[in-house]
Design a protein around this ligand. Structure first.
Ligand SMILES: Cc1cc2nc3c(=O)[nH]c(=O)nc-3n(C[C@H](O)[C@H](O)[C@H](O)COP(=O)(O)OP(=O)(O)OC[C@H]3O[C@@H](n4cnc5c(N)ncnc54)[C@H](O)[C@@H]3O)c2cc1C
Length: 630
């Protein structure tokens, strides 16, 4: 290796086994603390972890309230149409955020931050998102995954002293993991950093793609290879020689977001800017994402809240066929679903933040399931709102304004919200991540039993161990009591709590059956796993809604509105759960997979016949008419 760290050989993309090995090596394998979601798949509804639900935290609220009021004041003065039009967040707004401490909400006061709790932070991000999603990317990418988060977790005291006060004052930061060939699969990272001959610095080369805040960031946390399958994290200052913003990327939405493609050419990174330790960079990135994604459930919930508020106004005002559209049954059904789901989304987001603040709870799975559920559900809610608004839901706000009408920016919200299901772990990866952990819980007992490579003789020992465990565990899943009078203290919510208790055991049974039926092949049956995860997500959302509604009733005994909404949400959720159970084993997965393979092999290109060649494809010398896109 040269002193400039120039790479000579072109790296080759990792194969499936290597990719897994990299991910597995970085996986947190220990479960030292409780996990509500993990226990669901073990057949246990751990109500003790989530109930009673603390509606407020007076000490924290007293600290957070003045900030949240200042934040609301700033947000209320922002012209979001201007951001959309000019593709830029005005510097004045960034300065106002700096003045109120919005860049250091969670950073402890000793380092110059506001020192507020995670619960206050996610609420702030929700409020911001209800105004403009580009503003959310600015503040959340900086604080959820940007430099402060891994620095607080893994930095040395010296690094914290050096950078945290700067970050809290508003030095914008970003998290740089993704590359052109490394999206969900980080084993393909090609950026690399070599130690200089003197050993006092690394030389960083490579590129990073779609780095949120990148084009205005002062500081980055960059993951790069420091050896074969050794990913290391560094704090990189963007004004160092060799750091270049190659492009500010443009997207379907988030017009004001500063999302960049970076190029690093022989960037000298002092050794003291290595974060944590060599080779621990992927673990650092995954831990950062595990906690970083805690903001997204509330961001999604507030998008739903805003959408509900717009929809309520419009469905009350718009008259068609002699009635306001909100009175037509099909539209009323949408609004009812929207309201019930909005309550659930906020409950999920809040409960997850509450759990994350408990010292004895590991929220890896809660954060993932909340991100998955809330972002998917918010997507449906906004889509429904566009439908209720009809043509005005599809038209840009600028166009509506141009003819003198006023209408909310639903079309923009629809575009902005789409990314929530993609970044910080796609919905598919969230399913697989949760499935990996909950299947592993059973495999740690019965693993060798389903290993099809082992002979019968080799299976005897695990059979004895697992047999002893499961002979006690399995019958309990059938015998537990989930009927009256259990949970009577929940009043009108008691039937829902009983359903949750019964269905948690049913879920664990279904997972166990899937493990037994598919054995090692279960890993490839992603759709089966996804249904099991979706059932768990519904159970989590129902639990969150019930315990929160119960707490709200306790606080205000003469107001049973939250209970009414929670009951309705549970009824809707139960129907989804029953549909999912029905299709775990009875589905078209095999046929559909085969068809997909045939399509990919070019067998059905006749389906694509009669497509005129597009100018841009002709220009690029491409053709899709013959099934080739290249
Ligand atoms: C607006 C925006 C902002 C972003 N901000 C950042 C940032 O700040 N920092 C950063 O590092 N990155 C960022 N990203 C990158 C983002 O996290 C990735 O886009 C995301 O991780 C997915 O990677 P990919 O786009 O390469 O998709 P791919 O990984 O190529 O996946 C394509 C599709 O295949 C699916 N898929 C992949 N693997 C599997 C599998 N094993 N099984 C089943 N399905 C699978 C995916 O779910 C997806 O649907 C950003 C992206 C965007 C668009």
């Amino acid at each position: 290796m040269s002193a400039t760290g120039k790479h000579t050989a072109e790296p080759i993309a990792a194969n499936e086994q290597q990719a897994r090995a990299v991910a597995e090596a970085a996986r947190e394998t220990q479960w030292a603390h409780h996990s509500f979601v993990r226990e669901l798949y073990n057949g246990k509804l751990r109500l003790d972890l989530v109930h009673p639900y603390p509606l407020e935290d007076p000490e924290e609220d007293a600290k957070a309230q003045p900030f949240l009021q200042r934040l609301a004041h700033v947000l209320e003065s922002i012209d979001t149409d201007q951001i959309e039009r000019e593709h830029k967040i005005p510097q004045r707004v960034i300065e106002q955020f700096k003045e109120i401490g919005a860049f250091g909400i969670k950073i402890p006061q000793q380092y110059g931050g506001l020192g507020l709790s995670l619960r206050s932070y996610v609420k702030a991000m929700g409020m911001v998102n209800s105004v403009d999603a580009s503003l959310t990317t600015l503040l959340a990418a900086h604080q959820s995954i940007g430099v402060p988060q891994p620095l607080l977790h893994f930095g040395t005291e010296e690094q914290k002293q050096k950078y945290l006060p700067r970050l809290a004052r508003g030095a914008v930061s970003a998290f740089a993991l993704t590359e052109p060939d490394a999206g969900s699969d980080p084993s393909n990272i090609r950026s690399h950093a070599e130690l200089t001959d003197e050993g006092d610095a690394y030389v960083l080369n490579g590129e990073k793609l779609w780095i949120t805040n990148g084009s205005i960031a002062e500081l980055l946390v960059v993951m790069a290879m420091t050896g074969p399958q050794r990913i290391t994290a560094f704090i990189v200052e963007t004004d160092w020689p060799g750091v270049e913003v190659a492009q500010r990327c443009q997207f379907m939405g988030l017009n004001g977001a500063e999302i960049a493609h970076f190029r690093f050419t022989n960037v000298r990174v002092p050794k003291e800017n290595l974060l944590w330790k060599e080779g621990a960079g992927l673990k650092l990135a995954l831990v950062t994402l595990n906690t970083g994604r805690l903001g997204l459930p509330m961001i999604a919930a507030f998008a739903a809240k805003r959408t509900l508020s717009y929809t309520r106004v419009w469905a009350n005002r718009r008259v068609q066929w002699g009635r306001v559209i909100g009175k037509h049954d099909l539209i009323a059904q949408i609004i009812g679903n929207m309201a019930a789901s909005t309550f659930a989304l906020e409950s999920v987001a809040e409960l997850t933040a509450i759990l994350a603040q408990k010292e004895n709870v590991d929220i890896r799975l809660e954060a993932a399931i909340a991100k998955l559920y809330n972002t998917e559900m918010a997507g449906h809610i906004i889509d429904d709102a566009v439908q209720v608004y009809g043509g005005r839901g599809y038209e840009t706000r600028a166009s509506i304004h141009a003819r003198g009408e006023n209408s909310p920016p639903l079309e923009r919200m629809y575009r902005d919200a789409r990314i929530l299901r993609i970044f910080e772990g796609t919905s598919e990866i969230m399913h697989l991540f949760i499935a990996r952990e909950v299947v592993d819980m059973h495999l740690s007992v019965a693993g060798d039993l389903i290993n099809q490579k082992l002979s019968l003789l080799e299976k005897i020992k695990p059979l004895l161990t697992a047999g002893a465990y499961y002979s006690l565990w399995y019958p309990k899943l059938w015998l537990g009591w989930g009927y009256w009078p259990r949970y009577s203290e929940f009043g009108r919510l008691a039937p829902q709590m009983r359903y949750l208790s019964r269905t948690t055991r049913r879920l664990a049974r279904a997972l166990f059956h899937a493990i037994v039926i598919f054995g090692a092949r279960l890993e490839k049956r992603q759709s089966v796993l996804a249904r099991l995860i979706d059932i768990g997500a519904e159970l989590y959302a129902m639990t969150a809604s019930c315990v929160r509604a119960q707490a709200m009733l306790h606080a205000q005994p003469d107001n049973d509105e939250p209970v009414e909404i929670a009951v309705l949400f549970c009824r809707q959720s139960r129907r989804r759960v029953e549909r999912l159970f029905k299709t775990i084993f009875n589905n078209d997965d095999t046929q559909n997979y085969k068809l997909a393979r045939d399509v990919l092999a070019g067998k059905h290109t006749w389906l694509e016949q009669d497509l005129p060649h597009l100018v841009e494809e002709k220009d690029a010398g491409r053709s899709i008419a013959n099934g080739v896109i290249d």
